[in-house]
Design a protein around this ligand. Sequence first.
Ligand code: UGA
Length: 422
Amino acid sequence: MEISVIGCGYVGLVTGLGFAELGNSVIFVDSDEFKLKLINALKPPIYEPGLEELMRRNGGRFYATNDYQEAISNSEISFICVGTPSKEDGSIDLSHVKASARQIGESLRNKDGYHVVVVKSTVLPGTTENVVRQIIEEMSGKKAFIDFGLAVNPEFLREGNAVEDFFNPDRIVIGIRDEKTREILEELYSPFNCPKLITDIKTAEMIKYANNAFLATKISFANEIGNICKKLGIDVYEVFKGVGLDHRINPAFFRAGIGFGGSCLPKDVRALIAKAGELGEEPKILKAVIEVNERQPLRMIELLKKHMSSLEGKTIGILGLAFKPDTDDVRESRAIPIVEKLLEEKAKVIAYDPKAIDNFSKIFPHIEYAKSGQEVVDRSDALLIVTEWKEFGELNYRGKIVVDGRRIDKAREALVYEGVCW
Ligand code: UGA
């Protein structure tokens, strides 16, 4: 099939390249000239394991352009994969979604035949049928579900695992209203053997939010239990091993530590809280999930102060800046509030991350960045482990003070070892 993908972030790229690997032709659309050049040169504009190989293998099946008309005229399905960042008040910023809907609408005006527009960006229930539909109808002069199709197909890709997740989904959720769109998307997804859930459009939008909100809740719950365990001298990882064996619960996402970051979980929980507020609902659990998550990284500094009365003038090493391993993404990384607090306490900060130094130094240009994890260990008075990169399990921590936010067992050899929840 012929597909266009609007937005070349990790979701758009992985989705488009995944479909190319399955034999489809893909046109990527983005306004960032630099990204377009990289994609057309078969170079990934972001770090994501497996992406470069996917690009090289499928070089003849895709290209990138900034020309919407060209992309829409030469495809039968368009996926909107642009970002939906948070505004100051936690509600979602739809400006990119609206801009791409306008451009798609304009292009559809000049196109004959049925074209399906699929919203993959995470948008709150009602957005596709109200906002996106209205813009495309206005710009194209055509009617949704009659002249063109409209659907929601949320993504469940984890950064750092996105390529593998694309090919091995737990399920595929498709929100539709008309039969023709259903048939086209069922054909596109026919190579996948997982459960496929077909719902109405706003239910599919809500599934995505409920899913991420529940994952975030599991993490904050594990952290809350972990904080209690720490006081009682109990290992919270043993506790959740026991809890996770209950088949009604499942062991995933109980890794206690310093909480969740990234471009998705914090943003989606906040957006759901803001939406609930608009509807006159008070989402007590969701608010507590965020509260626990914001306190959690600062517990590392409290533990550090148990062993150093003042941090002023001390060199504190940070191992890990990315919001999780195997990515260069630092959005909402737990390292951000930690470094802010250390600077406020007048500590000297030296940091290392295998992939995320470039991105982190845009936020903190004035702290020192080391060339390796061992250099950070050797030059610090005390260390904070913030991201569980595999290579941090091979460093020599002997003689050091270590506060571990992510459970790197090798660090237990340190002179003083404090796990944040264990
Ligand atoms: C998350 C979801 O897992 C994906 O299913 C979803 O598609 C994606 O958001 C999205 O909405 O686009 P992602 O943000 O890539 O994926 O990362 P996760 O693997 O979910 O990790 C998020 C954060 O939670 C990380 O900071 C990680 O360190 C933390 N985490 C995760 C924990 O602290 N404990 C855990 O047990 C698991």
